[in-house]
Structure formats: C-alpha cells, structure tokens
Design a protein around this ligand. Structure first.
Ligand SMILES: [Fe+2]
Ligand SMILES: [Fe+2]
Length: 174
C-alpha cells in the first residue's frame, strides 16, 4: 500500500483526481487497523495529500476558473478546505505513539475533513469539469496536474516541516 502510490502521467483530469480520492479512502481504512504499519501509512497519506491538493490548486482550479466552469468563490472554498486537511494532517503527523487513542482520533479528524472535501469537490468542481470543459482540455489538465503532482512527490512534499509550512501559510494574517 505504502509503496503503491500510483504515478500516472496522463489521463482525463476528472478520472485521475477520482483515482486519488479512492487511494485516500484506502489509506485511511488501512490506518484504522492497528495491526498495520500506521507510521508508514501516514507518511504515504501525507505525501499524496499534499501533492494532490497543491497540484489541484496550481494546475486545475485556476484553469477551470478561467474556463468559467467554476467561480472564484469555489476556488477559495476548495483551497480553504485543503488548508483544513493539512492542519488535521499535521496533528496526525505529530502523534508519537501510533498505537494510541490519540492516533485514532487524528485519523478520525483527517477522515472527516477529507471526506467532506472530496464530496464537495466531486459534486461542485468535477461535475462542471465534466460538462463545461472539452475532452481535450480535460486531457491537457490531466497531464499538467499529474506532472506537478509527481514533481511534488519526488520532492518529498509530505515531510512534516513542509506540512507545517503549509499550515502556517494558511493561518498567517494577510
Ligand atoms: Fe481532490
Ligand atoms: Fe481538492
């Protein structure tokens, strides 16, 4: 599971994003099981969550906005939800005992934030991407998103100091 973060390089952006959403659910399910290597699983989740979300923000949301598929409010709302996810992730990464109730609580909190965001994104972002954007554009966005996501994975973007930086970026006053 932990070595198995897929590395697609092309595809329809909607399908690629949905594939990752399924992986998030699998990682969270595996992390609920105390007999698994929870530390390795949380590292994998951190890498994928940051790479997935940051690549959406830089390569997908703004592009869908420019095509008038989604509005600015949707971009801001989705970005805020990413930040809430990173905050819950940071709390989980800071738990020292992976067998503790605290770890379970941390998994629960990440699950809540992520399932909320995936539901909204699948309904309010991916639906307009399906209907208001051409197949060709979705393929172009898919390749661009995948390239950035893979670059971030290579860059070890889920390390704790980087997750902390993302949380601080979100909470810094304007
Ligand atoms: Fe997503
Ligand atoms: Fe997202």
């Amino acid at each position: 599971m932990t070595d198995a973060i897929p590395r697609p390089t092309e595809g329809d952006v909607v399908e690629l994003i949905l594939d990752d959403h399924r992986v998030f659910e699998e990682l969270l399910r595996a992390m609920r099981d105390e007999t698994n290597d929870r530390d390795a699983l949380r590292q994998a989740l951190a890498q994928l969550l940051v790479a997935h979300g940051e690549a959406e923000e830089s390569k997908v949301y703004g592009q869908l906005r420019r095509k008038d598929a989604i509005d600015e409010e949707e971009v801001e709302h989705s970005t805020e939800e990413h930040d809430e996810g990173y905050e819950a992730l940071l709390t989980l990464l800071q738990v020292t005992d992976v067998g503790s109730g605290e770890f379970g609580d941390g998994v629960h909190e990440v699950s809540e934030k992520l399932s909320h965001h995936m539901d909204e994104e699948e309904r309010d972002v991916l639906n307009p991407a399906r209907t208001d954007v051409t197949d060709k554009e979705r393929a172009r966005l898919g390749a661009s998103w995948a390239k950035e996501r893979n670059r971030l994975l290579d860059d070890d973007c889920g390390r704790i100091d980087n997750v902390r930086r993302l949380v601080e970026r979100a909470t810094r006053p304007e």
